[in-house]
Design a protein. Structure first.
Length: 157
């Protein structure tokens, strides 16, 4: 098994909306404003995706009593070739001091500052991008200045 870096996703976010504590933890919603999807220039064009992050997506995150965030990100990408991809990013985020600071101040973190992993599932009806429908992806995340996120994305081969 090998990981092939396919690119990065950068998303600008609205501040979180606190839904409140419930039976499974503290639920928050973070709306995605916009962003970019940048394909890695070192992979073949067939398995590189470039485009933009569309507004209207978000993360319906659940913060557990154990200090971990269960991510439930749903987002759409508009590719340069005019295809549209729906993505669901389940994952885990360690809510440590650096993450709490990034949440409250809109500051950046490095990839190694926290455990922040996602397992994106992509779906499209575009024939040129159909390979994403049967590919396993993983990613690592970090916060960027101004309340946003950046994911390094990998194809599992």
């Amino acid at each position: 098994m090998e990981l092939t870096r396919i690119g990065t996703v950068t998303a600008n976010l609205k501040p979180p909306v606190m839904i409140g504590p419930g039976p499974h933890g503290l639920r928050i919603f973070v709306e995605i404003l916009d962003g970019v999807l940048e394909g890695d220039p070192n992979v073949t064009a067939v398995q590189s995706i470039t485009g933009k992050v569309l507004s209207g997506g978000g993360d319906w995150a659940l913060i557990g009593a154990d200090g971990w965030v269960r991510l439930d990100v749903r987002v759409q990408f508009q590719t340069v070739g005019s295809g549209v991809i729906y993505a669901n990013f389940p994952g885990l985020l360690e809510m440590n001091d650096r993450v709490q600071q990034a949440f409250s101040e809109g500051s950046a973190t490095d990839f190694g500052d926290q455990y922040f992993r996602v397992t994106p599932r992509l779906e499209t009806g575009d024939n040129d991008l159909a390979w994403v429908n049967h590919t396993v992806f993983v990613g690592e995340g970090r916060f960027i200045e101004g309340f946003g996120l950046r994911y390094n994305m990998f194809r599992v081969g």
